[in-house]
Design a protein around this ligand. Structure first.
Ligand SMILES: CC(=O)SCCNC(=O)CCNC(=O)[C@H](O)C(C)(C)COP(=O)(O)OP(=O)(O)OC[C@H]1O[C@@H](n2cnc3c(N)ncnc32)[C@H](O)[C@@H]1OP(=O)(O)O
Ligand SMILES: O=CC(=O)O
Ligand SMILES: [Mg+2]
Length: 606
């Protein structure tokens, strides 16, 4: 059932809203459908190649440089010149496409704002569609937000950050938009709708003739980069803008991709504006890639930082590769955020951020990420005072020494210890993140750190790995082996702790119980799920037709219950048990029919 004006072959299953209808116009949907029709075969093949690669790694293989593309790595070629509008990217703030945050981020003093449909966003229909409305208003510079509680109106400053948009990864479907009977490819919806509505205004008002600008996440090979390049070329052709206008920075955040950095840049050479060290997904990917290698049990998550040999080599090689090809080498996200109520702890957190950024700028990075507006000033200071007055270090930090980095360096096991506290923290963080994600929030502060889909993934896969191979934990001074029974006890105890920490009311109102069950299942499943967000996606899909059926059923059941209760009051023969049973039965059958409809519909789509 759809109230939207859709082209042939397109069906919208998400809620109707007149604001969403301004985004989901017939022409915009036609544009998205065109992308899906032209590229779905290539995307399917790329996902098949991921599965083949996974089989190789699961049979003992390890990713490495591809001998077939040696000529790309060894020959001299350059990417297109960096557009002047984004030459200085010394600090980039990131955040979900939420209205107030978009305004705060654009006003934050950062050079770039990366508006996120990915790690920081729970991809519910509401979040996605509101995100597009917000971005359109941001590009048009008409965006405002009224905070009723604080009696404050938010609007844009004179000078704002340059907007980059990060669509979802290739693996995620958009189940609320059906194209030719299949769910749309999530990232083509994100890219397509944003590009269609904003390319003209962006290029004239913000990009000095270039743009729109994008970040591209979670790719595993240059094959996937080639699809993006084809998508950009089609978008440029159909909208009549110059080839090479669209520019993108690719996140190197999977282990296989670190061996393909030259190849990825080569595919996107006319549309590239650099690579970025997506350090959190990278750690997640390391564990996932070696999921069948029991000799690679990582230490506690907190110990796997950028100073570990394999992480340092990854960052150094990324800088070397980007600068050789003439584009930005962007650093990553430090997880610390400001701590409002404790000045000493706040200073310590800021110091950790400064240290991380100093390491990045000295290594040769051209800019870096910040999770919070409160970090922009200190990070900017570190970068500007170490870049000799230049907008970037593309031509001054060649890092030729990084040519010596080998395959072994890039996969070297991180050093450290495993502890029961590490298992507990993973569990506590994973469950709370999932509870937030299920209720529509994709990035949260937990224990004074930023947590998003990428950091939560580390918690999940690390627990899975430790349980699967019975890791021995020694970090707390006692030796203890991880078993499913130990983990079940940890889950139980951590759920109690979460309840104490968040308070009974929030715990009962939120989806913590459900998150606990899902997280426990994901950590103990025999086959590791590829992505927690893909596994849990069905739980946030809400179809308009199903939604309306539910409302009708709830209404009918409410009426039946009312009649039951009234007749019970008149007829004392009915016992209390009978009454409870009747209500229970009716409500259970309602829930079952809802879930069956949704599971059936979504599973045929995914
Ligand atoms: C691994 C990766 O992919 S990293 C990239 C993806 N992750 C992200 O982008 C995370 C971005 N950061 C955030 O979402 C948030 O900073 C959090 C969830 C970590 C912390 O949020 P909060 O606890 O709400 O922060 P806090 O209460 O200190 O916020 C203070 C103010 O800063 C604003 N703010 C905080 N973070 C951001 C941000 N990233 N962008 C814009 N504004 C922000 C808040 O909206 C708030 O504004 P207000 O004072 O006008 O109301
Ligand atoms: O997207 C960034 C990451 O670190 O993951
Ligand atoms: Mg990421």
């Amino acid at each position: 059932m759809s109230f939207y004006d859709v082209p042939d072959g397109v069906e919208i299953r998400g809620r109707y809203d007149h604001q969403f209808a301004q985004i989901l116009t017939r022409d915009a949907l036609q544009f998205v459908a065109g992308l899906q029709r032209e590229f779905r075969g290539q995307v399917r093949f790329a996902m098949e190649c991921r599965r083949e690669a996974k089989k190789r790694y699961n049979s003992g293989g390890s990713p490495g440089f591809d001998p077939a593309t040696r000529f790309i790595r060894e020959s001299n070629w350059k990417c297109a010149t960096v557009p002047p509008a984004v030459a200085d990217r010394s600090v980039e703030i990131t955040g979900p496409v939420e209205r107030k945050m978009i305004i705060n981020a654009l006003n934050s003093g950062a050079k770039v704002f990366m508006a996120d449909f990915e790690d920081a966003l729970s991809p519910s229909w509401e979040n996605l569609m509101k995100g597009h409305v917000n971005l359109r208003d941001a590009v048009n510079q008409t965006i405002t937000f009224q905070d009723q509680a604080r009696n404050r109106v938010y609007k844009l400053n004179e000078t704002i950050a340059k907007l980059f948009v990060r669509p979802r990864g290739w693996h995620l479907p958009e189940a609320h938009i059906i194209i030719d009977g299949e769910p749309a490819i999530g990232c083509l919806v994100d890219f397509g709708l944003y590009f269609y509505h904003n390319h003209a205004m962006y290029r004239s008002a913000h990009g000095a003739g270039f743009g729109p600008f994008f970040y591209l996440p979670k790719m595993e090979s240059s094959r996937e980069a080639r699809i993006w390049n084809n998508v950009f070329e089609r978008a440029e052709r159909t909208s009549g803008i110059e080839r090479g206008s669209i520019r993108a920075t690719v996140l190197i955040e999977t282990l296989p991709a670190v061996f393909q950095m030259d190849e990825i840049l080569y595919e996107l050479r006319d549309h590239s504006v650099g690579l970025n060290c997506g350090r959190w997904d990278y750690i997640f990917s390391y564990i996932k890639t070696f999921q069948a290698h029991p000799d690679r049990l990582l230490p506690d998550r907190v110990q796997v930082g950028m100073t570990q040999h394999f992480m340092r080599c990854y960052s150094d090689l990324l800088i070397r590769t980007c600068h050789r090809r003439g584009v930005h080498a962007m650093g990553g996200m430090a997880a610390q955020i400001p701590i409002r109520d404790n000045p000493a702890a706040n200073e310590a957190a800021l110091e950790l951020v400064r240290k991380d950024k100093l390491r990045e700028v000295r290594a040769g990075h051209d800019g870096t990420w910040a999770a919070h507006p409160g970090l922009i000033k200190p990070i900017l200071e570190v970068f500007t005072s170490n870049m000799a007055g230049k907008a970037n270090q593309i031509h001054t930090a060649a890092r030729e020494d990084a040519d010596a980095i080998t395959e072994e360096d890039l996969v070297q096991m991180p050093r450290g210890t495993r502890s029961l506290e590490g298992l507990r923290l993973n569990t506590r963080v994973g469950i709370q993140y999932l509870a937030a994600w299920l209720t529509g929030t994709g990035s949260v502060p937990l224990y004074n750190l930023m947590e998003d889909a990428a950091t939560a993934e580390i918690s999940r896969v690390q627990n899975w790995q430790w349980i699967k191979y019975g890791a021995v934990l020694t970090g707390d001074g006692v030796k203890i082996r991880v078993t499913p029974e130990l983990f079940a006890k940890v889950v139980e105890e951590e759920m109690e702790r979460i309840k104490r920490e968040v308070g009974l009311e929030k715990f009962t109102r939120g989806r913590y119980q459900e998150a606990g069950k899902i997280f426990a299942k994901q950590c103990t499943t025999p086959e590791l799920d590829d992505f927690l967000t893909l596994d849990a996606y069905n739980l946030i899909v809400l179809y308009i037709n199903t939604y309306m059926v539910i409302i009708t059923k709830v209404y009918i059941i409410h009426k039946i219950n009312k009649i039951c209760v009234e007749s019970l009051a008149r007829d004392p023969q009915y016992c209390e048990i009978h009454k409870i049973f009747r209500c229970w039965y009716l409500n259970i059958s309602l829930l079952q029919s809802y879930n069956k409809t949704k599971d059936k519909e979504t599973s045929t789509l995914l």
